[in-house]
Design a protein around this ligand. Sequence first.
Ligand code: CA
Length: 228
Amino acid sequence: MAKILIVEDEVKIARFVELELKYEGYEVEIANDGRTGLDKALHAGVDLVLLDIMLPGLSGIEVCRRIRMESQVPIIMLTAKDDITDKVAGLDMGADDYMTKPFAIEELLARIRVALGRHSKAVNEVKKDILEYGKLVLNLSSHSAHYGEDELTLTKKEYELLEYLLKNKNIALTREQLLNNVWDYEYFGDTNVVDVYIRYLRQKIDDKYGIHIINTVRGVGYIIKDEK
Ligand code: CA
């Protein structure tokens, strides 16, 4: 369940919201001033920040601005007065939403769900560009491959072969399928080229890191299977 940070100097309000959120199943962190709030927003692994604007020390607007320099965590501003300049300033600083106190807790909960949902959708969209297999990570937009911290130096064809195998994980692929999908027609009928490139990939990944990613399916071809 998501972890929510409440940055609020009015202890009674913080406590009330905390109880409601916990009742809904959220984990809760509390900060009673701006500096602690900023620190927890960046370092306590929180999924959403409820940020009061009128805070002692660092104002909510300033906390919001500083969070945004480092993090895209969803922020809902809480403002005591119905002050349009505060709202605009908060949104300008990158807050996702705001609520005017006093608020109905049901409305706050609904806005929290929306902000969390929107954020996880955005994170997933970024993730679609990544193919992962244990420590092996392919970045489809930059055409780069890493094993842990190491960048793998793959040729264009090696990369494309690996990408195709990973995209069709758990499917035994014949040499003809691999040839047709990775090499177009330049090597028409000559499936030996597939074996040669599988060998290159195994040298650069399996052998180098002492793992077993690319499996031979006897009489068929090759497969990358889900890790056990
Ligand atoms: Ca306050």
